[in-house]
Design a protein around this ligand. Structure first.
Ligand code: KDG
Ligand code: MG
Length: 404
């Protein structure tokens, strides 16, 4: 038996806030797990420190499934982003330890490679259509095979996914309160088709294109947009509506053949059970940190495979390099991999999280180091203390709170 002797939570802000769990065992092997929940970081840190870490001491580090069930069923209160991010961190760290003990990269423990590399999509954006089209060219030059495109909308001041400058896009704003943005569905629906018409004109039919609606439409509005952009053959239209109402996606499906991706905020298989079983979506975007770790995400993707639904994991910068490493081991192993989002982290983040995964020719490669191939430099992390930061709140022009 390999016994857990220590579990500590590291909250740090190298470029942005991250919560990381480090588990140590009696034979000197340690593992890391990401527990970052953007804008609610300290809630997960407390859940781990106050309620989970004490329970881990003395447990067998090799019993990953049993520990998962113990934390999930044993809490009585199931699911939810805070609980599932905490369980994910423990699960990820235990897979890291298991890989190191076996002397194998984690993907080998998941069945080995199903592909040579993990195809990723990058983010292109611009205030205007012309700027966004130029930004697509930048990504194509970097070797990306798939590109998500967002652009400013005339009359909407702060548009999701659009930013200036060369630093990575970061929607969470530092400060004690969220910034507020305004939204107009009418303006958005009029403008987006023009963007994709321009992108297809410049790049032709072969480039894989995606767009993130970021939960802002109703099902019938989403149906209208999906129908309107069919000629531009998007690979997916992401989060067209908030997905609490799973049956709402039937309405979208009835009207359009534009493929649908959903689920970056999902934290359990039950969030997509009906969406998948009724084949109402094409890609599930859950990822390791928010969906219960490698163990639970594997269960979600195996379930998806029965219904021709593929993975499309979330990979924004608020998921730490620990989450990205874990996602890549799963991506490279599962049979129904679709696409992986990749937003490179800031340099300072990469310094705090040394990692073996690397980008080449449009793919990410998890690397061959035993375990996940990622760690946290705790001394360096301590130089970047937590800073309050929140995601924006959205309002309609009359002041009504809308989904952001
Ligand atoms: O924390 C929220 C971000 O991760 C989210 O806004 C990014 O929608 C997103 C995406 O597709 O990357
Ligand atoms: Mg998204």
């Amino acid at each position: 038996m390999t016994t857990i002797v220590d579990a500590s939570v590291i909250v740090s802000c190298p470029g942005r806030n991250f919560v990381t769990l480090k588990i140590r065992t009696d034979d000197g092997v340690s593992g890391v797990g990401d527990a970052t929940l953007n804008g609610r970081e300290l809630a997960v840190a407390s859940y781990l420190r106050d309620h989970v870490c004490p329970l881990l001491i003395g447990r067998d580090a090799q019993r990953i499934e049993d520990t998962w069930q113990y934390l999930y069923k044993g809490a009585y209160w199931r699911r939810g982003p805070v609980t599932m991010a905490a369980i994910a961190a423990v699960d990820t760290a235990l897979w890291d330890i298991k890989g190191k003990l076996a002397g194998l990269p984690v993907y080998q423990l998941l069945g080995g490679r199903s592909r040579e590399g993990v195809t990723v999509y990058g983010h292109a954006n611009g205030e205007s259509v012309a700027e966004a089209v130029d930004d697509v060219a930048r990504l194509v030059d970097l070797g990306y095979r798939a590109v998500r495109v967002q652009c400013g909308i005339p009359g909407i001041e702060k548009m999701y996914g659009v930013h200036k400058g060369s630093t990575p896009y970061e929607p969470a704003g530092a400060g004690a309160r969220p910034v507020e943005a305004t939204w107009s569905t009418q303006r958005y629906l009029t403008h987006v088709p023009r963007l994709f018409e321009a992108v297809r004109d410049r790049f032709g039919p072969d480039l894989t294109l995606l767009h993130d609606v970021h939960h802002r439409l109703t099902p019938i509005e989403a149906a209208r947009l999906g129908k309107r952009v069919e000629d531009y053959a998007l690979h997916w239209l992401e989060d067209p509506v908030p997905a609490e109402l799973q049956e709402g996606f039937r309405l979208i499906r009835t009207h359009t053949t534009t493929p649908i991706a959903v689920g970056e905020v999902f934290n359990s298989i039950w969030d997509c059970q009906q969406l998948v079983a009724e084949q109402l979506v094409d890609f599930v975007r859950a990822t390791v940190v928010h969906a219960g770790g490698i163990t639970h995400l594997r269960r979600i993707f195996d379930y998806c495979a029965l219904y021709h639904v593929r993975s499309g994991s979330h990979g924004a910068t608020d998921l730490s390099p620990v989450c990205m490493a874990a996602a890549l081991h799963l991506d490279v192993a599962i049979p129904n991999f679709g696409l992986q989002e990749y937003m490179p982290h800031a340099e300072v983040t990469d310094e705090v999280f040394p990692r073996s995964y690397r980008f080449a020719d449009g793919y990410l490669h998890p690397g061959e180091e035993p375990g996940l191939g990622v760690d946290i430099d705790e001394k360096l992390a301590a130089r970047y203390p937590y800073q309050p930061a929140y995601l924006p709140v959205n309002r309609l022009t009359d002041g009504t709170v809308h989904s952001w």
